[in-house]
Design a protein around this ligand. Sequence first.
Ligand SMILES: C[S@@+](CC[C@H](N)C(=O)[O-])C[C@H]1O[C@@H](n2cnc3c(N)ncnc32)[C@H](O)[C@@H]1O
Length: 185
Amino acid sequence: MAHRVCPSWLGYILICPLRRWSDNPVEILAGRVRPGMTVLEPGPGMGFFTLDLLRMVGTSGRVVAVDVQARMLERLKRRADKAGLLAALDARLVSPDSMGLGDYASLVDFTLAFAVVHEFPDVGGFFAEVAAASKAGASLLLAEPKGHVTSTHFEAELKAAFEHGFTLQDRPSIRRSHAALLKKG
Ligand SMILES: C[S@@+](CC[C@H](N)C(=O)[O-])C[C@H]1O[C@@H](n2cnc3c(N)ncnc32)[C@H](O)[C@@H]1O
């Protein structure tokens, strides 16, 4: 699969409130994110999920949002600021080959990787970095759009996750997405 990065104009469409009909962040994240948690969100785009993540972790928690596109992060930060949620956001511009998470080693409680792993040039490297940043027992919710990612490709992503120490906990049902809940260790 080609590793084409989502264009920034699509970022505006991805934050459209109508999307909540198929991908409702509150329903998808319910019971997985609690106040005080450290959450990693690779590829947040303009933050369709990020604002709900920030509300869920509260002022004692943190959301680390890493993206390769400055325009996505600028819009995300503006939206978080407008919603009064900026203080708990660590938004980072990173390169495609590293999320630069060395300072979060073994600190992350939960990772949301929604519609993003197929854009990474090295899927094994992605899971290695998430594993290194995650606490023992931390969760990773992996979801990929069925329109872009075949079942075979999704299974290959899962295999890469297993090779980096994740185990399968559940196959949640998310409309229009392949999805898996994974656990470190
Ligand atoms: C299809 S968008 C999904 C955005 C968001 N997760 C959502 O569901 O609305 C993919 C995002 O991942 C980012 N991305 C692509 N490759 C990346 C990489 N190697 N590291 C971090 N972010 C990346 C893109 O810039 C884009 O913002």
